[in-house]
Ligand binder design. Structure first.
Ligand code: 4AD
Ligand code: MG
Length: 432
C-alpha cells in the first residue's frame, strides 16, 4: 500500500488515500472519534465512525491518546470546518504505537519544555523552526558551492586558541593539558587557502561563554569562509551575498512555517531587497551619540545595548567596520589609513538580534602577529604552524564566521537562540 504524505493527500483532494502519522488532537463521543493526524508535512482531520467498525475495533480508536502513531486509509474530501480544510472518512486504521499521557501542553514553562526537548521537537513551532533550519543550512552550502568555494574541514580538537582564552573549552585529552575544543576553524583554515584558495565550512564551534543571554550557546554551528587574494571589501560582499541568499531561499520555501511562527516577513524582506548599511565604527559611534543620545567613548567595544540601538536606526543588516585594534582579535589587519583601527567587520542584524557575522582581512606581517600574540599572553612558539602561512608565499586574504543559530533566530523571529538548535547547550543546560 502506498502511503501519501498528508500534504500529498490534500493535493489529491478526492478519492481513497492512505496516510500515517501521530495523533495531534483527539476528541470523540460514543458514536464518533475525531483524530487530527500530524506528519512531517501537515495535519488532517480523520473521522472514525462507530457504525463502520466492530465494537472492539472502535474501542481501539476510542482509547487513542495524543502522540499515538497511526496508519489510516479512507476517503478524503474538502471540509472547510476541518483544521486544515480537509477530512478523511476512515475505512481502515491500524494503531502502530500507543501513547502514554503526553507530558507537554501548550502553556508549560521554558525549563519544563527544555527538560523534555526530545518530545518538544514534535511541536508545530519546533517543527517549523527545524524546517527553516534545514533551508538555511542548504542555502549556505548552495551559496558557497555555486560561487566556486570548496568545502573544507578543520579539526575540533585544537592546540591553540584563536578568539581569546576566556571562552576556551579545555578537553580531557589523555594526559595532555593543552587541548581545546574549536572556537573557530580559522587558524586551520588559513593554511588551506594555499591549496584551495576559496573554502568554507559548516561545523560546530564551542565557547565557554558563562553569560546567560538569549544569544549565546556553548555549542553552535559556525559557517565560516576564507579566501586567498581577497580585499576587505570582498569579505563583506560575500557575507552580504550569503545572507541575502538565505533570506531568498527561506522566503521561497518556508512561507507556511513563517506563518506558523507568526513572523512578520516585512521585517526580513528589506535585507534581501536593499543593500546592507555599511559604516565604520567611528561613524557608528557618531550616530549613537547624535541620534540615540548615548554617551559612548571612542575605543570601547560596542556592547549589546549599543548594537541594539544602532540596529533600530535601520531596517537592514549593518556592516560595521574598522574597529579599534584593542577590542578585536590578534589576527586582524591594521587599516592602511589609521593604524589605531583594524580591517575587521561585524554584521549586526536588524531588530536587536546582534552580531551574526564576525570577519576580517588577515594580518600578513609575521612580526606584527607575533607581537600581538605576546601582548595577549600567548607563546608564539605554539603558533609556529600558523605563522608558517606567512613565510611561504603569503598572500592578502581574509574570511569570516557566521553564527548559524543567530541567523536562524532572526529569520524566525525567535526570542531565544535555544530554539534555533535541536538540543541547546548553555552553561546550565547540557541535558537531555
Ligand atoms: O566573531 P567571532 O568570535 O569570530 C570568529 O570566530 C572568527 N574566527 C571567524 C572567522 O573569521 N572565521 O564568531 C563568529 C560568529 C559571531 O559573529 C556569532 O554570530 C557567532 O559566531 N557566535 C556565537 N553564536 C552562538 N553562541 C555563541 N556563544 C557565539 N559566539 C560567536
Ligand atoms: Mg565577533
Amino acid at each position: 500500500m502506498k502511503y501519501l504524505s498528508i500534504k500529498e493527500a490534500m493535493k489529491k483532494a478526492t478519492g481513497k488515500v492512505s496516510v500515517r502519522g501521530w495523533v495531534y488532537r483527539e476528541r470523540g463521543s460514543n458514536k464518533v472519534k475525531f483524530v487530527v493526524l500530524r506528519d512531517a508535512t501537515d495535519i488532517i482531520q480523520c473521522v472514525i465512525k462507530k457504525e463502520k467498525f466492530s465494537e472492539d475495533k472502535f474501542k481501539e480508536a476510542d482509547k487513542l491518546q495524543i502522540e499515538a502513531s497511526l496508519e489510516v486509509t479512507g476517503t478524503i474530501k474538502e471540509d472547510k470546518r476541518a483544521p486544515s480544510g480537509f477530512e478523511i472518512e476512515v475505512e481502515e486504521f491500524t494503531v502502530v504505537g500507543m501513547s502514554d499521557n503526553f507530558p507537554l501542553a501548550a502553556d508549560q514553562n521554558r525549563e519544563f519544555m527544555d527538560d523534555n526537548r526530545h518530545l518538544s521537537l514534535r511541536t508545530r513551532k519546533m517543527t517549523a523552526i527545524l524546517k527553516i533550519r534545514s533551508t538555511v543550512f542548504g542555502a549556505l552550502h548552495e551559496y558557497f558551492r555555486s560561487n566556486g568555494f570548496y568545502e573544507y574541514q578543520s579539526p575540533i580538537f585544537q592546540s591553540v586558541q584563536c578568539e581569546g582564552g576566556s571562552t576556551l573549552f579545555r578537553a580531557e585529552y589523555f594526559d595532555k593539558k593543552d587541548v581545546f575544543l574549536a572556537q573557530t576553524w580559522q587558524l586551520y583554515a588559513e593554511p588551506a587557502i594555499f591549496a584551495l584558495e576559496k573554502i568554507y565550512t559548516m561545523a560546530p564551534s564551542f565557547r565557554a561563554e558563562k553569560s546567560k543571554t538569549s544569544r549565546h550557546l556553548t555549542e553552535y554551528w559556525h559557517c565560516e569562509m576564507e579566501v586567498a587574494w581577497s580585499t576587505f571589501k570582498d569579505i563583506q560582499d560575500v557575507g552580504e551575498g550569503a545572507i541575502k541568499h538565505v533570506i531568498k531561499k527561506v522566503l521561497e520555501v518556508n512561507q507556511e512555517e513563517l506563518k506558523i511562527l507568526e513572523r512578520d516577513i516585512k521585517k526580513i524582506e528589506p535585507s534581501l531587497k536593499k543593500p546592507f548599511a555599511r559604516m565604520t565604527y567611528t561613524e557608528a559611534i557618531k550616530l549613537l551619540k547624535e541620534k540615540c543620545k548615548m554617551d559612548i567613548e571612542w575605543g570601547k567595544d560596542l556592547r549589546t545595548i549599543e548594537e541594539d540601538k544602532l540596529s533600530a536606526l535601520f531596517d537592514t543588516f549593518i556592516i560595521c567596520t574598522n574597529y579599534p585594534k584593542e577590542v578585536k582579535a590578534f589576527y586582524m589587519m591594521e587599516a592602511p589609513d589609521d593604524s589605531r583601527t583594524v580591517q575587521g567587520c561585524d554584521f549586526i542584524a536588524p531588530e536587536g538580534y546582534g552580531e551574526i557575522i564576525g570577519g576580517s582581512q588577515r594580518e600578513h606581517d609575521i612580526e606584527k602577529l607575533k607581537r600581538r600574540l605576546v601582548e595577549m599572553g600567548e607563546n608564539p612558539g605554539n603558533y609556529t604552524f600558523y605563522l608558517d602561512t606567512r613565510k611561504y608565499g603569503s598572500v592578502p586574504h581574509g574570511g569570516y564566521g557566521l553564527g548559524v543559530e543567530r541567523l536562524i533566530s532572526w529569520v524566525c523571529g525567535l526570542d531565544n537562540i535555544k530554539d534555533a538548535i535541536p538540543f541547546p547547550r548553555t552553561p546550565m543546560r547540557y541535558k537531555p
